[in-house]
Design a protein around this ligand. Sequence first.
Ligand code: NI
Length: 139
Amino acid sequence: MPQVTRFGVSLEDGLLRSFDRSIAEMGYANRSEAIRDLIRDHLVQRKVSKGNEEIIGIASLVYDHRTHRLGDILADMQHKAKVAINASLHIHLDEHNCLEVIVIRGEAQKVHEVAGKLIATKGVENGKLVTTTAEIPKG
Ligand code: NI
């Protein structure tokens, strides 16, 4: 069990009330756990923004499958990527729209580059990249 340090934080009353309300809505049992998660996420986001760190990117793409050759173009980009595409999930959202979720693993800079190109491809109507790492800072 790692050693635990208690520390005090000064906050405006309104800010603390808003924080307490927000974390209660999210299901946190107490402030300490919510603050621990915020600190871990801060450290993870710093880590995944560095160029040569090994990271995992989760890219989501929404597009209309009637857009000329778009499905083929996106598949071709994934085949030619210089990083590992670990998984790709295709969901037919409705009659015309598709959601693709692509898991990309590799150096941060390359993951951002590949995801950026996929998201910027003409015809992709909404694209997002979420990044994480297997090496979550522990206590
Ligand atoms: Ni589809």
